[in-house]
Design a protein around this ligand. Sequence first.
Ligand code: LMR
Length: 393
Amino acid sequence: MLDRLTDQPADKILKLMQSYKEDPRDDKLDLGVGVYKDENGNTPVMRAVKKAERRILEDQTTKAYVGLAGDPDYARTMRELVLADSVAADRVAAIATPGGTGAFRQGVDLVRLANPDATFHVSAPTWPNHVSILKTTGTPFTEYRYFDAATGEVDVDGMMADLEKVAEGDVVLLHGCCHNPTGANLTGEQWSGVAELLRERGALPFVDIAYQGFGDGLDEDAAGTRILAETQPEMLIGASCSKNFGIYRERTGILFAIGDAANTKTTQGNMNHLNRQNYSFPPDHGARVVSTILDDPELRADWQAELEEMRTTMLSLRQQLADELRQRTNSDTFDFVARHRGMFSRLGIDADKVEQMRRDHRVYMVSDSRINVAGLNEATVPQLAEAIAKTCA
Ligand code: LMR
């Protein structure tokens, strides 16, 4: 039987990780996978996470199963973090999932249970694994315009024109903040416009929020998601704790489904069922770390302070890169890097030039020219700027 299998298409982000590892050259620059790195190139365990883990290690008396939806304290603290008071708690069903990817996958499965005919509308471009999961599950999908490569900003007119055509019951996937891979984001006013349009069309918004706190701040980054939660009869949200708590390998995510309070119990039952079918009980350790931090004022303050340091570091690296590029290219072509938010920016450079930068300058970025800003530090920004200026001259 196994001889019938054929190779799966490689995920371009993971493939790049591998070729970086295999490159024996010194001074290579990894701007590929979305992992935060400090100025020494390390991805440290956050202080509050370490403290919470110590506390859990001391206090935990059992490793028995928790429940299909995961720990209720995790669901509550994450609901408050993502949604604040934008929606009544009795309208929200939630399941813990293995990472934000797990949340997205479970959300897709939930849509397929409720409405197998629904088409997903995803931004052009979006995170490649969104597309891959939709293909794997045989879910119909199409793209809406999102990124204007000429300006490096959101093509809002194109986006709105495409969303006008969304059919009732279709699902519109939106990135809550820090759009991956482009780094270009909607303003608050534009979020309100999208919310109004989706409501008119009777579409279901599905927000993937994986970088809350990496853009403009914890509340600012959730503003678009909260506008939708306030205005839509139904919506789905997949949230990840991988980046903002730095617990990538613990696989800590959550899926929220918001609807009429009268349906919450059945929705919750279906979501629990999906967990049971796919992996039974969701992972607990990362979720417990998160709720321990969010429920303890001291740990929470320390976590927020460290997250804020990460956010402002990324902002100053963005500014430094934009300045260096302005100087070296003698143009404002790359000024958008400073306006983008989150870990990523799409530079709008052709794949062959991206390859040339890898070969000649030891710079690894995704083939669509997405860079992970958090993979830079003050000392390596000039190396990148030089590579871009020389390659694109
Ligand atoms: C990324 O886009 O680099 C991250 O979300 C990591 C991943 O799993 O692709």
